[in-house]
Design a protein around this ligand. Sequence first.
Ligand SMILES: Cc1cc2nc3c(=O)[nH]c(=O)nc-3n(C[C@H](O)[C@H](O)[C@H](O)COP(=O)(O)OP(=O)(O)OC[C@H]3O[C@@H](n4cnc5c(N)ncnc54)[C@H](O)[C@@H]3O)c2cc1C
Length: 456
Amino acid sequence: MGIELDSTTVARLRDHVTGKVYLRGDEGLAAEITCFNPAIRHDPDIVVAVASEDDVVEAVSFARSAGLPVRVQATGHGAEAPIIGGMILSTKGLDGLSIDPETRMARIGAGVRWAPVIVAAAEHGLAPITGSSTSVGAVGYTLGGGIGPMARTYGFTSDWVRGFRVVTADGRIVTADEGTNRDLFWALRGGKGGLAVVTEMSLELVALRSLYGGSVFFEGGAIEPALRAWIDWSAELPDEATTSVAILTVPDIDGPPPPLRGRTVLSVRFAYPGETAEGERLFEPIRAAAPVYLDFVAEMPATAVASINNDPEEGGPTWIRGFMLDTFDQDAGDVILELGGPGSGAPFLSVEIRQIGGATARDTADGTAVGGRDSGYTLTLLAADPSTFAEAAPARAGAIADALRVRISAITNVNFAGDLADRAAFERVWPPAIEKRLEVARTHWDPDRVFAFGPS
Ligand SMILES: Cc1cc2nc3c(=O)[nH]c(=O)nc-3n(C[C@H](O)[C@H](O)[C@H](O)COP(=O)(O)OP(=O)(O)OC[C@H]3O[C@@H](n4cnc5c(N)ncnc54)[C@H](O)[C@@H]3O)c2cc1C
């Protein structure tokens, strides 16, 4: 089902773009828009796999005339619900990437993932401030702010953006930076969607060749004392270090590393982009908290940043709920152990708590639209067994949220919120003052709501 697109105008679009145009049923369409979570299958009327900025202009102009809502997809890591009807503008082909070591700037095309940016920057002793997974798209990630393994030291990734090139809803190519279209520049740093199609992002890099970091694992009876030690220790950690924990219930299947297979473990992650000796000293209380099962915290090249959290590189069916927490104390630890810990019967593959604060709490001088700066922690519940998605996972997540109610922040950053088609979730992703200003920017830049975003 779907709308009947005029074959003459589709033929004209095909003539005008250098990328590919797929209609429903065309071979190659499904592969172009595969999601990280394969449980989500989009069914758009048309997909334009753009190969240039001019293609984006053509695609947006076509959609606008045909009255089709446009949604942008790069890697599909952010897909939360199936997209039915309308246009998907696939940016994979916008793969331009260049580094200027003099100015420490990276120009990153909309289809580029973090991994190649890390490799290209490292040739000059530089590093981008990335997220935990380097297969995530750099632009899509950064539009939501971006909270990574070094967040407390360097802040949100969007704090490092120095400019965007975009195609607007009326088909113009414009730039947004501190001197041009400042409202759009503000909005794109955290405001995520409903504004424009970003074709390129200019990101300032940091001088970083190596850091002290990685993860240690605790299992069995060591999990509780290690988590309790982490809670007190992380509360005193200086801003120069970032840490997170995850209770991982690893299935006994091929794929996960053999020492983790079939076990429940606590992974404590750490990143200190400073002297190794000081990193070792800071991390020592965690090593001393309980017998360590596996220890992968050491001096590491900045290019190995993805090994800190060890997110899966391959996608799979997932159910995710995210929250932000104002505080995480021993009482919150009780809740996590009782409802998400070993032996709790929780249906989650991962219960992850990231400590933020430090630089994430400090906005840039010119301000950004990032939501969640006032929170102290993120909490992400992830289930991977589809038989739990309808009832067991939501019910247990609800019980955890109820038990943590007094600590749950009013705001959950858009990259961590889960399903934005859910109005209640969508309304919590920006503080009211930012939401109001974003609405003004969206109305100015996309008055006819060409770029579909949020609940319909
Ligand atoms: C394994 C994994 C690890 C993650 N780790 C982190 C993390 O450490 N920190 C964090 O903050 N987030 C993290 N995320 C969340 C991630 O940042 C978001 O899902 C992000 O939206 C992914 O962007 P993408 O471009 O890869 O995905 P896509 O699904 O391709 O895009 C997601 C959305 O981004 C927007 N978008 C993408 N490109 C453009 C563009 N060119 N112009 C306009 N809008 C665009 C659209 O709204 C689109 O729907 C993680 C997600 C996964 C799956």
